[in-house]
Design a protein around this ligand. Sequence first.
Ligand code: HEM
Length: 588
Amino acid sequence: MTAKTNATSSLLALRWGTDAADAAFTGLSGILFGSTTLSTTALLLLASLFFLLLQLRSETHKKFSPAAAPPLPPGPLPWPIVGNLPELFINKPSFRWILGLMKELNANIACIRLGNVHIIPVNCPEIAREFLKKQDALFASRPITMGTQYSSRGFLSIAVAPWGDQWKKMRRVVASEVITPARLRWLLDKRVEEADNLIRYIFNQCNSSNSKLNGTMAARAAGGVVDVRVAVRQYSGNVIRKMMFNKRYFGQGSPDGGPGAEEIEHVDALFTVLSLLYAFCVSDYMPCLRWLDLNGHEKIMKKAIRIVNKYHDPIIDDRIKKWRGCGKDVFSSATKKEPQDLLDVLISAKDTDGKPLLSSEEIKAQTADLIYAAVDNPSNAVEWALAEMINQPEILRKAVEEIDSVVGNLRLVQESDFPRLNYVKACAREAFRLHPIAPFNLPHVSNADSTVAGYFIPKGSHVLLSRIGLGRNPKVWDEPLRFKPERHLQLDNGRAEATAAEVELVEPDLRFISFSTGRRGCMGAALGSAMTVMLLARLLQGFSWQVPPGLSQIDLSESTNDLFLAKPLRAFAKPRLPMHLYTQTTNN
Ligand code: HEM
């Protein structure tokens, strides 16, 4: 109630400017305390205008659901022209406001108007399936936003491009040449190298608090407190850099296997870009306001993109020169060069006339697109999974026991072990359900008017499947807020133990969102699953994990402005394998 009153008065201030709002209140005090006729007239005028706007507001809402069509989904009444942008601007973070509205309305689907765009958040799997399975073709576009324009160099790459020829071209090239099962097998060694480096790096972070032992093998064996967030984010960055550019480091790196300043800057910039792609920026709904950069997003975005390009562009330009020479493919004739990584694959892709299929801008945009896509989900899921498991040692114990029985302790987990690591995969799957990287799936935009779940969905609507609303939905999940991997295992005579059915991280029925489904579904589900399971399995196999000394529990609070752990996970790691297994990679 208080929030609403505050919002109304701030709205007044926003819609009329502070002076006008002050005038309204001066007028009010004038009436109360017997002031001039002028202020009374001003107040009356203001009040009439306010009521006129309210009237217009409900007319605006009606206008969008034609008489013959079913109604729009429920939602707040929009103001003329701006829709619910004022509320969006006032109530931060926007996603919590939207989810709160849905709760207030007790709605599975809602409609919020921003400018003249209808935002359609969805909470329930049946309706989600109607959008992405039954009517998938209708909802296969993406919105144009300031953030995605920068990230994709003007919509040249797949993930954020609107439906159309460019999206089809890039998706075809990537599906047939880049992220194929054969390519994944081809790049297995590079992924293994990074998984080995991960445990070498964490091993080197272990350092006993006993200063006499500092830096020795004995100190490492005694264990130490590790910044898990840095380790998991850098692992994801390393894997995709290695697959894309055939290198872990842009600079010298760090001798302990950890990131150098360049990799820290790179990964931070990637996360910044990702956070601003669909960040409810006011100008995405009222492009005429873009020059004002009201949220300040554009300035931040430009800086982050400059950093990403600073690292990617010289490598790509250099490689294109090597492959194509002065307009010629220098490797095509006598010295037939074989691609060494995914960048080579993108550059060497040919059309039916044998000409390069992708321009340099397309290669740059698509390279960045794949790097953005790979870096955030695996690291976030594993950081949360480990935090939850440390607080529930029984789950941790079961997962480690599974690894010990399938892999043993004389060698490290390999991708070929995954089919038999069902409990570990159930832990990762549970992390995707309960702790998604983002509140909503990537937006899907409708290409035509339609009816879904009995509601009118106008052409151009932005459909937002709520990852929280689905994954934590009490009508779908028993004890939805509890981290309970057993829920993903096939029950064998009532016992929660893995049976023959293999656990997978995909969830095509949309009871939660991991890789989503349909025409715009994730292209990297196999790679994303492999990265996530390897990351979690290696952490569990390589170290025993505990709460840091002096604490009783890991603090599982979720950040207010996003869905990351509010405090980056720091935990006590103690090596549990023969020492030589931690030192088998080199610094390259
Ligand atoms: C655990 C890791 C990952 C998760 C959970 C994940 C999840 C998703 C989700 C939810 C979408 C949006 C689907 C939709 O719009 O309905 C998506 C799109 C996409 N993902 Fe992934 N992803 C992961 C890893 C990767 C990797 C490693 C790649 C490739 C290197 C990749 C490539 C893509 C692409 C290209 C799209 C856009 C598809 C399109 O718009 O046509 N993803 N991903």
